[in-house]
Design a protein. Structure first.
Length: 276
């Protein structure tokens, strides 16, 4: 197989080898050849022995001057720096601005002063509005929500409460005891020796109307809910740890350290109570 391929190549070799006659006009036109014979130039010998010769393969004779790739410093004020840096550091009158697509105005042109003031004032107004909005958002985020404000106060109708009975209402998530006391209850609350109490308080200090006693229904010991109309003193009794409160909500017996808390309240009408 190899012998057959080599014979075919040898038979075709005279047709594609370039002749010395075809090569001589190109060499004579080459400025780098210098008009001498091809035997003096080794590159001609290389191309004469090549397989084929086309104008595209004659690239080594086409060269460029190496000086074009090196920046010249003949006209440079400071040699060794790029032209752009030199132009920035040493501006001259030779610089020509492109005024085809825009028009240059000198600084402080009176015809553009109103527009500049309008843009600056508008920008400052927008910035001030954004700052105001952020401050309002921050302040409103710290205030109570609408559902909390709705629970801040509570109106209670007292007309349906019988004397001697206790009603429990919910205010700010806490139970509130509303007791309508009888004359005997009021006399019993005022007959107690205040000096013997753990948390001394007179009954007149804890009520605005002697007939009505309003206290928060949370035990001052561990936050339990006492039972109304129970205990050794006819007031409230906490079954968790055995705290007894009298008819005025004062601690009389047990581990609770303080009396039942009296919330802020007021009477809107004779039978209308506002808690909070």
């Amino acid at each position: 197989m190899l012998r057959i391929a080599s014979r075919r190549l040898s038979s075709l070799s005279p047709s594609w080898r370039p002749s010395q006659v075809a090569l001589s006009p190109i060499i004579s036109k080459n400025p780098m050849a210098g008009g001498d014979s091809s035997s003096e130039d080794p590159r001609l010998t290389l191309y004469s022995n090549s397989s084929t010769f086309t104008p595209q393969s004659h690239l080594p004779w086409r060269g460029f001057a190496s000086e074009a790739l090196i920046p010249t410093t003949e006209n440079s004020i400071v040699p060794g720096i790029p032209a752009t840096v030199e132009a920035v550091k040493n501006p001259t009158s030779k610089i020509v601005y492109d005024e085809h697509n825009h028009e240059r105005y000198p600084p402080g042109d009176p015809s553009k002063r109103a527009f500049a003031y309008f843009v600056l004032t508008g920008g400052r107004f927008v910035y001030a509005s954004l700052i105001r909005l952020l401050v309002l958002k921050f302040v409103l985020s710290m205030s109570a929500s609408k559902d909390v404000l709705a629970m801040a106060s509570l109106e209670v109708d007292l007309s349906s409460i019988e004397p001697g009975s206790t009603v429990t209402v919910k205010w700010r998530g806490k139970p509130v005891f509303i007791r309508r006391r009888t004359e005997e209850d009021v006399k019993l609350a005022n007959s107690v020796d205040v000096g013997s109490l753990r948390d001394p308080q007179e009954d007149s200090v804890r009520v605005k109307n002697p007939e009505w006693l309003i206290v928060v229904g949370v035990c001052t010991h561990l936050g339990c809910i006492p039972l109304p109309n129970a205990g050794d003193f006819g007031g409230w009794f906490c079954p968790c740890h055995g705290s007894h409160y009298d008819i005025s909500g004062r601690i009389r017996k047990g581990p609770a350290p303080y009396n039942l808390e009296v919330p802020t309240y007021s009477f809107l009408e004779e039978n209308k109570l506002l808690i909070g």
